[in-house]
Design a protein. Structure first.
Length: 229
């Protein structure tokens, strides 16, 4: 009887040892799994962080490139403005006559250049159906085609109309008119219709200063004619 009880106690003790060992192994396994999951989570966080850093650096580089381009354009525009001002001042420094820029001398008298005289000259050279307004309208139409070509195409009707309004506003600033007057009088509506259909002109590569050469200007105007033809 005593031997049987001793055997049972020994077996119970052995089972307890095995149970403690199993618990210890399970704890170690859980710890290792936890460490593995934590490591994977940290790797995922680090990967996302690296991706965010790369995206941030890309955006910064794009912004710096855009700012550098805008600076060159500004410097080019300032240089051209100085040249124009110098030319105007030189024209005004005539030996006699008024300070008005567009004047001419006739029979010993200085006269202002009037719009009727400009139109008469254009009609004499180009035909009776042309006037100064036709040149201004063509200029506004070409400017609108260029501005729309710079706009990104929109898949929605609302986005397309917003792009048109932005382009018209820029053209109006160039012409010195309100957007409403510019749209109704100085932009061929076919340019706007073509943009709504997803068609614009292809712009040539501009110079480093963002200017257009005479050859490029001619190319742009030919493409606008093809667009509205």
């Amino acid at each position: 009887m005593k031997k049987s009880m001793s055997a049972d106690q020994a077996e119970i003790k052995d089972l307890r040892v095995k149970l403690r060992m199993a618990e210890h192994e399970r704890t170690q396994l859980s710890s290792k799994q936890g460490e593995l999951e934590t490591k994977k989570a940290l790797q995922a966080v680090e990967s996302r962080r690296e991706g965010d850093v790369r995206e941030r650096d890309r955006k910064i580089a794009e912004l710096e490139k855009t700012l550098a381009g805008e600076k060159k354009k500004r410097e080019g525009a300032d240089a051209r403005l100085k040249e124009v001002k110098a030319a105007i001042e030189a024209m005004r420094r005539r030996r006699s006559g008024p300070d008005d820029l567009l004047v001419f001398r006739e029979a010993g008298t200085w006269r202002d250049v009037r719009s009727e005289e400009v139109n008469a000259y254009l009609q004499e050279k180009a035909g009776e159906e042309f006037s100064a307004k036709d040149f201004r309208t063509w200029h506004g139409t070409v400017l609108a085609a260029v501005e729309l070509a710079r706009e990104k195409a929109s898949s929605s009707k609302g986005g397309g109309e917003r792009a048109i309004r932005v382009a018209i506003k820029r053209v109006a600033e160039r012409l010195g008119n309100t957007p409403a007057v510019c749209r109704s009088s100085y932009i061929d509506p076919r340019v706007l219709d073509r943009f709504r259909d997803g068609k614009t002109i292809e712009l040539p590569t501009l110079t480093a200063e963002g200017t257009v050469t005479p050859r490029q200007q001619g190319l742009i105007e030919r493409r606008v004619l093809e667009l509205i033809g």
